[in-house]
Design a protein around this ligand. Structure first.
Ligand SMILES: [Zn+2]
Length: 157
């Protein structure tokens, strides 16, 4: 087939041609790891750099969730089964943080401020945060609650 004929065929069979192209890309995406990574990186970069695109994608995904509630729940459940530890850790990290805030009466130890509170770790080996730790009395005692300003001042010294 000559190039001209090829173009004619494409025009006449546009739907078929597009489907063929889609299937080809889908197959390549599935089978070729390098291609997949390249596409994903391109997508990620665009998402991170282009705010308009980001808004568009967010709107799109929100709409998709609204229209596919059942499917979305199923996918979330599947993801939860697969990454149980991660999900539980996320839940318990927030839970622990709240517990620790309550333990310190939800106010800055230094000036008594009630907002912009941060957890200050008195010992170096728990600077990684309270993630993944069992919140024992001993561990609680190794922390203090400080407002952002006091926390900053403390670390300046
Ligand atoms: Zn303070």
């Amino acid at each position: 087939m000559s190039y001209k004929n090829n173009l004619d065929w494409r025009e006449k069979n546009r739907e078929r041609y597009l489907k063929y192209k889609r299937d080809w890309a889908r197959k390549k995406y599935k089978e070729n790891k390098e291609f997949r990574e390249k596409i994903n990186k391109k997508e990620r970069d665009k998402y991170n750099e282009d705010q308009e695109y980001r808004e568009f994608k967010k709107k799109l995904s929100k709409k998709w969730v609204e229209n596919n509630k059942e499917r979305h729940n199923k996918l979330m459940k599947k993801d939860y089964e697969k990454n149980k530890d991660k999900w539980n850790l996320r839940k318990t990290t927030a839970y622990r943080k709240k517990e620790l805030f309550n333990y310190h009466n939800n106010k800055c130890k230094n000036c008594g401020l009630l907002k912009n509170l941060q957890i200050h770790h008195k010992t170096y080996n728990i600077t990684k945060g309270i993630k993944g730790y069992v919140l024992t009395e001993e561990l609680k005692k190794k922390t203090e609650l400080l407002c952002r300003q006091c926390h900053r001042e403390l670390h300046k010294k």
